[in-house]
Design a protein around this ligand. Structure first.
Ligand SMILES: [Cu+2]
Length: 112
């Protein structure tokens, strides 16, 4: 039951994200005080949209642990793992020093 609810929430988030033009230059600015510690980490999934100059643009699903909605954004790649291509579904690990700028430390292709 919980899984079904989560799936529905994800679906709604993705639908909303895709309905809007959600290209955005933002750095996520998490406002909660407990995000100020160093070496923050998170996991996410999404689809690769573009790759350029050591960065990868991903339309990611909501990342609950960071309170991020689904969106498209660029991440710096400092990654181990698979070489990824545009259009692939991926699973990735994020790290941040300041909670604003996030980079990918691990990325792998998820088979459709
Ligand atoms: Cu984002």
């Amino acid at each position: 039951m919980k899984k079904i609810t989560l799936g529905l929430v994800l679906f709604v988030f993705i639908s909303v994200a895709q309905a809007a033009s959600h290209e955005h230059p933002m750095n996520h600015n998490t406002s909660s005080d407990d995000m100020s510690s160093h070496d923050m980490r998170a996991q996410g999934t999404g689809v690769v949209k573009a790759i350029k100059h050591g960065k990868v643009q991903i339309t990611h699903n909501p990342i609950a642990s960071l309170q991020w909605p689904a969106m498209t954004m660029w991440f710096e790649l400092r990654a181990e793992g698979d070489a990824v291509k545009v259009g692939q579904d991926v699973r990735f690990s994020l790290e941040s020093d300041d909670g604003r700028k996030w980079f990918i430390t691990r990325i792998e292709v998820v088979q459709k």
